[in-house]
Design a protein around this ligand. Structure first.
Ligand code: ZN
Ligand code: FE
Length: 752
């Protein structure tokens, strides 16, 4: 007795080996019917005995390909049509563009086995891939996702690959980037004017260069990496000097989990992140000191190989810890075009390992961490982008252009919020160009037209992203305030439209409603109703405005100008440069001085008192330095940071730091008591404000909440109060999450 059913599977189910998987289990269970890529997912028509249909549904959920993500399965009884076999049907035409594009995938175990098998056709072939693995977003030129619409279009299949591609029982059935050494692209090695070719040989030569301390530019999935031996201090130093990257930590790559464990304290959550299909860089406490790799930092960013080529480098005997950093100068975007890479990196890299397959768009490595409240993504890029982060209840397309630092762009199409890869800091010309490209790319990819789209930007009139947004040919534009966007991002990713919360938005800088520089804000409200500012950090002065972010002593001048009973800072233990006095004069004369409630600048001021008086070389450096310092102490004391009448008063906090410094107290203990003080003050304010507004949930967002010690302390202070504590998980708490928050707030302000 036969029954029939129609099953619709939604989620990331196209381009990830889903149809061959369905084909295989249907055949195993002797079921008949078909599978196809439908308008919004995979559709399956099944006929056979009832128990087999049930078994099929069980296997569908338990055995789905590793890179797929099922969000919904819909089953519906239908008429038996009497199919005699099970087939994969051709994709329906008019595929709607919101069918999710899969992010790039790491090479799978089956392909790795073949890569190392001397009798396999793809033995030591660096472009090996299958439906379960390999490039996706970085090779797609247009939708639908078919070979002619990828950067592999220049390499026609040979007979062998063609057969595999068309065989439904094969792992490479409809695997668009499939290739073999006979018909596919190859790698070459360029050293000076000389170029050598032959895949395994050039990889061995590159390994020899790495072993001898040279810097090699290696083409990866979404751009070039600069690689060198992480244990070779000379090589690492050379990389820093040539890259103009003085102190910002470098990420490293190790061959496997065992090697990762030897290098860092790998918690269960960290390990899960490390081996996840996104293969991000994972920040974890370092166990080994690698000189100059991550200076002044107790954490190390590590990742595992994700391309066949990276595996081949280790297999060929590359140094066991490789620095693997984005190939660029300073904080420019990653180089991804071969000619551009050779030109831009000629003074940095000693050699280039160049692959022939073009990269469709630059996508940098993602960064994640096992945080106090679970895994947190600090840079959402390769392996995650351009997956939909969340669904918003809107029909109209929305383009949100994000903020100027750590820029990302969000496009909402048919309610799906697609967050772009990391774009970078828009003050750099190259990054700004990448920003324009990303907008064009997303709009084209999802076939959104300028007439339809609502453009959303930050409220800062001078942000480059704002100025650009205002030039876009859309008839409707909307500004969203920066710190509200932070809180909104954390609610949007949870799909909480109506939940009333207390939002705590702490970061370095953002344009406030009153034109002041905000960054220590408390809001009440919901995504749907909007957010009202109910409290903030006591306003301080900021000489030099946003530019003061570069110099912690400048922030110190602005904050300390209000603190009474301060010891003289002109003699040890303090060592303030002349810039401090100059800044102080600006404050006193009220010249080029702006009001600020920035919590990030408060951390800068404390760091300056503790000895960080030089210019920072990357965003958030002084606060990271302070947190790191505090990790060395075991005190449990909190400096006073009182909350009263809508204002958190920083004066007693900085007074205590300065006084204990004069007493020559251990700086680690001072840093710890400062951190505790901040947490204590924020917790007290949160409790008071939540109680007053009868709220049971507090949302923490903004770059300051990348400070894990602050989150740990807040959790300890608040978890027994009955308050729910929410943080970002899918998008970064830093400005990388702003575009999603903008889109979410604009969606509701429109629909209401
Ligand atoms: Zn594979
Ligand atoms: Fe921000």
């Amino acid at each position: 007795m036969s029954s029939a059913c129609l099953i619709k599977v939604r989620g990331v189910v196209q381009g990830v080996g889903f149809r061959p998987f369905v084909y295989r289990i249907a055949r195993e269970l002797h079921l008949c019917g078909w599978v196809l890529n439908g308008e919004d997912g995979v559709e399956i028509h099944l006929e056979g005995p009832e128990p087999a249909l049930e078994e099929f549904q069980r296997l569908l959920k338990s055995g789905a390909p590793p890179a797929s993500r099922i969000t919904a399965v819909e089953v519906q009884g239908v008429e038996v049509l009497g199919f005699q076999e099970f087939v994969i049907k051709a994709s329906e035409r008019n595929e709607r563009p919101t069918v999710r594009i899969s992010p790039d995938l790491p090479v799978c175990d089956d392909c790795l086995r073949e890569l190392k098998d001397p009798v396999n056709r793809r033995f030591e072939y660096p472009y090996i891939n299958c439906t379960n693995c390999g490039p996706r977003y970085t090779v797609i030129l247009a939708l639908p996702y078919d070979r002619p619409n990828t950067t592999m279009k220049a390499w026609p299949f040979d007979e062998y690959c063609d057969r595999e591609y068309h065989d439904p029982a094969n792992r490479r059935f409809h695997a668009q980037p499939v290739a073999c050494p006979k018909c596919g692209p190859h790698y070459s090695l360029r050293v000076g004017a000389e170029t050598i070719s032959g895949d395994p040989q050039v990889i061995r030569s590159a390994v020899e260069l790495l072993k001898s301390g040279q810097i090699v530019a290696v083409k990866g999935l979404g751009g070039y990496h600069l690689a060198c031996d992480a244990r070779n201090t000379n090589a690492v130093s050379a990389m820093r000097e040539r890259k103009f990257r003085k102190e910002k930590p470098f990420a490293v790559m190790v061959n496997d989990v065992a090697a990762a464990r030897a290098l860092v304290d790998l918690s269960e959550t960290s390990e899960a992140l490390l081996i996840s299909v996104a293969r991000p860089i994972v920040l974890a406490p370092a166990k080994v000191e690698l000189a100059r790799v991550a200076p002044d930092n107790r954490e190390l960013g590590i990742m595992l190989p994700y391309t066949p080529l990276q595996h081949m480098l280790f297999d060929a005997g590359a140094p066991d810890i490789l620095v693997m950093t984005s190939a660029n100068r300073s904080s420019e975007p990653i180089a991804y075009d071969d000619q551009d890479a050779i030109e831009r990196l000629s003074g940095i890299a000693d050699a280039f390992l160049i692959g022939e397959r073009p990269i469709a768009r630059r996508v940098e490595d993602s960064v994640a961490r096992a945080g106090t409240f679970g895994p947190v993504i600090l840079r959402r890029s390769r392996g995650y982008a351009p997956g939909a982060v969340t669904a918003l209840p809107v029909t109209r397309p929305i383009l949100a252009v994000g903020a100027d630092l750590k820029n990302t762009v969000t496009l909402v199409v048919q309610g799906q919020a697609f967050v772009s890869q990391f774009v970078g800091d828009l003050e750099h010309y190259e990054a700004f160009r990448a920003f324009e490209e990303t907008i064009r790319d997303l709009m084209a990819m999802y076939e959104v037209t300028w007439q339809d789209v609502l453009v959303v930007h930050d409220a800062h009139p001078e942000y480059r992203s704002t100025v650009h947004a205002l030039t876009l040919p859309s008839s409707e534009k909307q500004a969203v305030q920066h710190h509200r966007a932070h809180v909104a991002s954390a609610l949007a990713e949870r799909g909480e439209w109506d939940k009333q919360v207390l939002g705590v938005s702490f970061d370095g800088t953002g344009y406030g409603d009153d034109g002041d520089i905000w960054g220590g804000e408390f809001f009440t409200g919901s995504l749907r109703a909007g957010f009202e500012r109910v409290a903030y950090l006591r306003p301080a002065a900021l000489p030099g405005g946003d530019a003061a972010a570069q110099y912690p002593v400048q922030a110190a001048a602005g904050f300390l100008a209000q603190v009474e009973g301060l010891p003289t800072l002109a003699r040890p233990p303090f060592s303030f440069p002349a810039r401090y006095q100059t800044a102080l004069q600006l404050v006193h004369k009220n010249v080029r001085t702006f009001a600020t409630t920035s919590a990030g600048r408060l951390f800068d001021a404390a760091a300056a008192l503790l000895g960080f008086t030089r210019e920072i070389t990357f965003e958030g450096q002084a606060a990271m330095w302070l947190e790191n310092l505090a990790r060395g102490a075991s005190v449990t004391e909190a400096y006073p940071f009182p909350y009263r009448d809508g204002e958190l008063d920083f004066r007693p906090l900085l007074q205590a730091v300065a006084a204990d410094r004069v007493r020559r107290r251990n700086p680690e203990e001072i840093a710890r008591a400062f951190q505790f003080g901040v947490a204590h003050g924020v917790a007290e304010a949160a409790k008071t404000l939540a109680a007053a507004a009868k709220l049971d949930t507090v949302v923490f967002s903004g770059g300051v909440f990348q400070n894990e010690m602050l989150l740990e302390d807040l959790k300890a202070k608040l978890e027994h109060t009955g308050l729910h504590l929410w943080t970002n998980q899918a998008v970064p708490p830093n400005d990388g999450g702003i575009s999603l928050g903008q889109a979410a707030l604009a969606a509701f302000q429109r629909s209401s």
